[in-house]
Design a protein around this ligand. Structure first.
Ligand code: GDP
Length: 302
């Protein structure tokens, strides 16, 4: 239900247009597909993904000898799910260790909703019975440490921090030691979101990762990139940059509730081959959901 609510803007935009299209055409022809392409592109599905999707739709329509535009509807849903799942292992489950400490690293540009997502995820995992701790690894942005502490208080989890301007790698070292000695299940680490200088970003992330790798074998278990769904193609550019800078294992797409262009989920999956693991559907503590392709596509049309 949350998923459905969160997608209402996209659904109104996308589904409304598709319904209108289907109602206007009497048979499925080239013009029909051209208009469909346009609708998909406007929903931020991404050019390459749209081309793949529409090509396959055409084949399917031919194979099944579909004439009535209304019947295309179901095929569109099927193909959307298919394209999403085909792009790689379809699991959006977080890699959480059954025994021992799981370390997750959050990366992303300032303002995308990284801190909020860390808070929400801490709340979700705590609700599942896990002992969660946070590491204030963004020592660069003014107020970032305090903001994480506010979330720590709200959710009721401990935040490991040092002063503003301190070395993020040192914060991580402390945080990992604290998490081990307190027998935490999950340590969620914030990082600075500077993108102006890719070399610095890369160096900082590498250094932080090295500390974590050294202290916890097999960690970090997730490197999650937060992207703001409302920023469309900008988010795609950010994703490409971070993918080059570090080994991103999953995407958290924030503010999906705030955009009519939720098609970006498909573009990310298909063009970057990184699974969307979580989606942000609002500003509150409970507004974080595990991504599910079928629920997503259902939410687009329901
Ligand atoms: P950060 O700079 O990346 O850490 O971003 P913040 O966590 O401070 O979030 C920036 C703004 O986006 C805040 O006002 C959040 O409340 C808001 N925000 C974060 N996630 C979501 C979401 O899923 N939906 C909506 N509507 N707002 C969000």
């Amino acid at each position: 239900e949350k998923f459905k609510d969160g997608l209402s803007k996209t659904r109104d935009n996308f589904s409304g247009k598709v319904n209108d299209l289907v109602a206007r055409y009497r048979k499925v022809d080239e013009d029909f597909f051209e208009e469909l392409e346009e609708i998909l592109i406007q929903a931020d599905v991404g050019f390459d993904t749209v081309m793949t999707l529409v090509e396959e739709l055409k084949m399917e329509v031919k194979r099944k000898n579909i004439q009535d535009p209304k019947e295309v509807h179901a095929v569109i849903s099927e193909k959307l799910i298919d394209i999403y799942e085909r792009a790689g292992e379809s699991s959006s489950d977080l890699n959480i260790q059954e025994d021992g400490l799981t370390v997750m690293l959050f990366v992303g540009v300032n303002g995308v909703g990284k801190t909020t997502t860390i808070g929400k995820l801490a709340h979700k995992l705590k609700g599942e019975g896990k002992k969660v701790m946070l590491a204030a690894g963004d020592t660069f942005r003014a107020g970032a440490i305090e903001q994480l502490e506010v979330w720590g208080d709200r959710v009721g989890v401990e935040v490991i921090k040092q002063g503003a301007g301190s070395d993020p790698a040192a914060v991580m070292f402390d945080a990992v030691q604290a998490a081990k000695s307190r027998k935490a299940d999950v340590l969620i680490c914030d990082t600075a979101g500077r993108l102006q200088n890719k070399v610095n970003l890369m160096k900082e992330l590498e250094k932080v990762k090295r500390v974590i790798e050294r202290e916890v074998p097999g960690a970090p278990h997730e490197v999650l990139l937060a992207l703001d769904a409302t920023t469309g193609q900008n988010a795609m550019v950010q994703a490409k940059t971070f993918k080059e800078a570090t080994n991103v294992t999953g995407i958290v797409l924030t503010k999906l509730d705030g955009t009519a262009k939720g098609g970006i989920v498909l573009a990310i999956r298909n063009e970057l081959e990184i699974p969307v693991k979580l989606v942000g559907l609002g500003e509150k503590m409970d507004d974080l959901q595990t991504f599910n392709a079928e629920q997503y596509v259902y939410g687009l049309f329901a």
